[in-house]
Design a protein around this ligand. Structure first.
Ligand code: ADP
Ligand code: MG
Length: 139
């Protein structure tokens, strides 16, 4: 079976709270492996392109403003992360999820995660060259 890969982004709110390591730990503690990672300050053009699927939504401009407000940490993870992230609105996020514990509100919600395998591949290609994504051969 092919290994499932997905993207996670630690958003500017969580980076500014200095909880990068705590969020890495949530993934690792739940058995996910980080196979690529980098810090990046998105340009407006990059944020608009990344969230193009939401371009007609009323929150699009605020979302882009927020995502360029500071650096983010982009990761490729092996295996699923949506359950670990929690619901978009942290008030609806399950106990023990990243958004329940670290999000401010529906907009500043600590992390992004790919919503399907198909979009995961597109999002991985958006941020990483193939040689930047590693095979974890030991362990
Ligand atoms: P998710 O990140 O859970 O997949 P969406 O894809 O629906 O959620 O939305 C992308 C991002 O846009 C959210 O993570 C959040 O930062 C922002 N967002 C979504 N819905 C709203 C809203 N109603 N008001 C403000 N921001 C929102
Ligand atoms: Mg989404």
């Amino acid at each position: 079976m092919a290994i499932e890969r997905t993207i996670s982004i630690i958003k500017p709110d969580a980076v500014s709270k200095n909880v990068i390591g705590k969020i890495y730990d949530r993934f690792e503690s739940n058995g996910l492996k980080i196979v690529a990672a980098k810090m990046k300050h998105l340009t407006r053009e990059e944020a608009e392109a990344f969230y193009a699927v939401h371009k007609d939504r009323p929150f699009f401009n605020d979302l882009v403003d927020f995502m360029v407000s500071g650096p983010v940490v982009v990761m490729v993870l092996e295996a699923k992360n949506r359950e670990i992230m929690g619901a978009t609105n942290p008030e609806n996020a399950a106990e023990g999820t990243i958004r329940k514990d670290f999000a401010n509100n529906t907009s500043e919600n600590a992390v992004h995660g790919s919503d399907s395998l198909e979009n995961a591949k597109i999002e991985i290609d958006f941020f990483f060259n193939p040689e930047e994504v590693y095979v974890r051969t030991i362990g």
